[in-house]
Design a protein around this ligand. Structure first.
Ligand SMILES: Cc1cc2nc3c(=O)[nH]c(=O)nc-3n(C[C@H](O)[C@H](O)[C@H](O)COP(=O)(O)O)c2cc1C
Ligand SMILES: C=C(O[C@@H]1CC(C(=O)O)=C[C@@H](OP(=O)(O)O)[C@H]1O)C(=O)O
Length: 366
């Protein structure tokens, strides 16, 4: 099933953007974990639509309704089902373009795969709205990971060609990640925020959209997590990251740039600090042979420009089999990147927790 993922923590997404609700069933959770509802609400708010002028004006409160798997505020260990209602749908925008394929969106491929039975309203099951339940599942995973002091944080590394500073690959502290989490527009260099927002606003005024890159750090993962080959940390996390709509690239450590380096530079040399083996550089992003080496796990995720744009585009009416021009109406993100930051963190948390339970079972979770 394409909407189900995981070996130990299994998540199953359901719903459509203009249907009754979206949601997730999480199976394999440990019993007895106290859920911090304030934290979960904050995480949901970070992603929710309609909270800024650069995001879609569709306002949703993204209130989570937990309908199973929690009793007296603690997980029971049985499937946890969370439902998030769709309260602010305007489906008429999509009736007009029912058979007119939006370039860059999943209208064509969805129509072909599901033989025209797909819910086309708002992208249906392909919508970025399905990332709301992912953020919920990620918040639960973050609560559990915090028991091992594992923190996941991310910032907007670039919007189009405007660059933020990068993480210090060897030294990412918890304080920085928590500060980023509290920011509506998380960047390391405060001075770059206005310029990035200007690029987004200019594209929007022009009926267009822009993309960008998100940089992620996972800290305090002990050495030895992961496996070689098919279950490498890179493979497991990439599977989840590429499941997020609009993700077009993932690179770990120096990523593609490592090809510009000599081996003598790219090799992270080892040393000992207080009896612990560390590396002086971290170009490999904390992973060797698919397994964590105890350094921060660092990677970047490329997000494409939002496909639904006001600008006129050439496309096809699939019912009439005619070439037509399209001007998309409706409520869309001029740039997906800021709202994708908590989503990227969420799937990373789910992936790390899944691998941790595989390695250590449940006994460390109290
Ligand atoms: C948080 C989030 C918000 C999104 N908002 C929009 C949007 O407003 N309009 C749009 O056309 N696409 C939006 N997308 C992207 C589409 O859902 C995505 O491009 C589409 O499903 C096709 O998938 P693909 O780009 O991975 O091929 C959003 C994605 C995410 C993760
Ligand atoms: C609703 C959300 O984002 C939606 C993601 C989306 C898409 O095509 O992915 C298209 C828009 O949907 P609509 O046309 O119904 O307003 C966004 O608003 C959300 O993230 O919660």
């Amino acid at each position: 099933m394409s909407s189900t993922w995981g070996k130990n923590i299994k998540i199953s997404l359901f719903g459509e953007s203009h249907g009754e609700a979206v949601g997730v069933v999480i199976d394999g959770l440990p019993a007895g974990v106290e859920l911090d509802y304030d934290f979960i609400r904050e995480e949901m708010k970070r992603r929710a639509p309609g909270r800024s002028s650069i995001s879609t004006p569709r306002k949703e409160d993204d209130e989570v309704n937990i309908i199973s798997g929690v009793f007296n505020g603690r997980t029971t260990g049985t499937p946890l089902c969370c439902v998030i209602k769709n309260k602010n749908k305007i489906s008429k925008d999509y009736e007009k373009i029912r058979y007119v394929l939006r370039p860059g969106h999943a209208d064509y491929t969805g129509y072909i795969k599901y033989r025209g039975y797909n819910d086309y309203r708002g992208g249906g099951h392909f919508s970025g709205r399905l990332t709301a339940p992912l953020v919920f599942a990620g918040a639960v995973a973050k609560i559990i990971l915090s028991k091992k002091n594992i923190f996941i944080g991310a910032h907007i590394k670039s919007i189009k060609n405007i660059q933020d500073l990068g993480f210090d690959f060897c030294n990412v502290d918890e304080g920085t990640l928590i500060k980023l989490r509290q920011m509506d527009f998380p960047v390391l260099n405060d001075c770059i925020e206005d310029e990035m927002k200007r690029v987004i606003k200019e594209a929007k005024e022009d009926g267009d959209s822009v993309g960008g890159v998100i940089e992620v750090a996972v800290i305090n993962v002990e050495e030895g997590l992961g496996s070689p080959f098919f279950d490498s940390i890179e493979s497991r996390l990439s599977h989840l990251l590429f499941s997020i709509p609009a993700v077009k690239g993932v690179e770990f450590g120096e990523g593609f740039n490592i090809t510009n380096m000599l081996g003598s530079d790219a090799n992270d040399e080892f040393y000992i600090e207080n009896g612990k083996i560390k590396t002086r550089t971290n170009y490999n992003g904390g992973i060797l042979g698919g397994i964590s080496n105890g350094m921060p796990i660092i990677f970047r995720v490329a997000i494409k420009p939002t496909p639904s744009i006001l600008k006129r585009q050439k496309t096809v009416n699939i019912s009439l089999m005619e070439e037509v021009e399209l001007q998309v109406e409706g409520r869309h993100d001029a740039c997906i990147v800021p709202r994708a930051v908590p989503v990227v963190e969420a799937v990373t948390s789910i992936g790390i927790l899944d691998m941790l339970i595989e390695r250590e079972g449940y006994s460390w979770i109290k």
